[in-house]
Write a protein that binds this ligand. Structure first.
Ligand SMILES: [Zn+2]
Length: 446
């Protein structure tokens, strides 16, 4: 068998691998390249593979950097099945329509595909269950819970004639995490194609609940505004759940309003409610009698009017709005209204990429310019680092260590440095195991 690397090789975005056997070709993920310049240009290039051999596509999870190029397959003539879990399907629908819409709205972005392309590609989706093997040509495929975001999967591929097994990690969760079931281990595989996003890092212990408790107490004492730029999938739901707990425990005033100001996050939260079977045990129990994402004084801003009214509200308020890196979305309006006020706290809860407004502020800019408005930042800027949804170095090594028969590790989905550091660690902990670090368009025999 051969694996060709068509994305996320020496970078984090654009996940796509093409596995070929004798008669079958399997694409694992077809994600968007994100970031700047030439990386984004890569989205337009038709992958250099034999499309006649492409039998099926499997999707590990609904993040844009894993699913964002799927509608292009229509243009390349692919009419076969795209396998994913039911929760991933529900989220992918949101993500792809949103991606088509954003491209239309932002002139700087190239229009990769339209709503019609999205509609067509979704018709090819076939839902699969965790831990239920199924056949694609000569391959037997099994999805298992990766614990990264709702519906996320690791995909194990077994070539039936040889019995050789390859596992594609997808993105691995920062397990155990607050909402989801822990990552399920792959018990046996010869080859592992594994992500390395935080291959050089050990996460700090989780302290987001304590941090947010302090932030809310400060806001309530000075009647200030808290702005949390947040990602729609997973992170927004984690934050809602924390506020739900804090209000129940009396650590946050019942009347303090929380505005969820992101139509996409509102819809994604509805998807979360549909899949309580994917929650971890604690949350599953709570969800039997209580909605963990709803609490007194939560305001869902499903219209732009509701969003606009927030700035006229006096007193303590919490605003959870996208985009997570402040590169667009409704959070920009709140930045204009509130960042000049010393009673505002701006809280980053996720990675801020270079070139985004979020990064500029995080790096300590005193003045920013948004759409011609010069704003002197008087708000307190804070960062909660512990809310990662990716495995760190230790968790990746643990995942690999559970695999009986492992002889070959292929590191993907990481920048060069994390990947090199992780490669060294893998060599130390698993002597004799071959380690590969493919570059874009490389092909590796397995
Ligand atoms: Zn992901």
């Amino acid at each position: 068998m051969k694996i060709k690397f068509l994305g996320a090789a020496s970078m984090v975005t654009g996940s796509c691998y093409f596995l070929t056997g004798e008669k079958t070709g399997l694409m694992v993920d077809y994600g968007m390249f994100q970031g700047k310049g030439e990386d984004v240009g890569l989205n337009m290039i038709k992958p250099d593979i034999d499309f006649d051999l492409l039998t099926a596509v499997v999707l590990t999870h609904a993040h844009l950097d894993h699913c964002g190029r799927l509608p292009l397959l229509i243009r390349y003539g692919f009419r076969g099945p795209i396998f994913m879990t039911e929760a991933t399907k529900a989220l992918v629908e949101l993500v792809l329509y949103d991606s088509a819409k954003l491209a239309k709205e932002e002139e700087s972005k190239a229009v990769l595909y339209t709503d019609e392309d999205v509609e067509k590609i979704l018709k090819q989706v076939e839902v699969v269950e965790y831990d239920k093997p199924f056949m694609v040509g000569e391959f037997e495929l099994t999805f298992s819970d990766a614990g990264h975001i709702l519906g996320s999967a690791t995909v194990l591929v077994e070539e039936k004639s040889s019995g050789e097994r390859i596992s594609f990690s997808g993105d691995l969760g920062n397990t155990p995490e607050p909402l989801l079931d822990p990552t399920h281990w792959v018990k046996k595989a010869d080859v592992a194609v594994v992500e390395s996003t935080y291959g050089d890092e050990i996460h700090e212990p989780r302290d987001e609940v304590e941090e947010l408790t302090k932030i809310i107490a400060e806001a309530e004492a000075e009647k200030g505004t808290v702005i949390i730029p947040s990602f729609s999938l997973q992170r927004s739901q984690e934050i809602l759940y924390i506020f739900d707990q804090l209000k129940k425990q009396g650590k946050m005033a019942v009347e303090t309003p929380v505005f969820l100001d992101s139509p996409m996050a509102i819809k994604a939260t509805d998807v979360f409610r549909e899949f309580p079977n994917l929650y971890n045990r604690k949350l599953r129990n709570q969800a039997k009698t209580d909605d963990p994402f709803d609490f007194p004084s939560l305001v869902l801003c499903d219209t732009i009017e509701k969003s606009r009214q927030i700035k006229n509200m006096i007193g303590t308020k919490i605003i959870v709005a996208g985009s997570g890196m402040m590169s667009g979305g409704r959070v920009i309006h709140h930045a204009i209204s509130f960042l000049g006020d010393p009673k505002t706290q701006l809280i980053f809860v996720g990675y801020q990429a270079e070139g985004t407004l979020g990064r500029t502020i995080e790096d300590g800019a005193e003045k920013i310019n948004i759409w011609g408005n010069e704003i002197t930042i008087k708000a307190k800027v804070k960062e909660i680092k512990s809310m990662s949804s990716h495995a760190d170095q230790r968790q990746i090594l643990t995942w690999l260590g559970k695999m009986e028969g492992l002889s070959h590790v292929i590191l993907v989905h990481g920048e060069e440095l994390p990947r090199l550091v992780l490669a060294e660690k893998v060599r130390q902990e698993f002597p004799g195991v071959k380690v590969d670090l493919p570059m874009l368009h490389d092909e590796i025999e397995v």
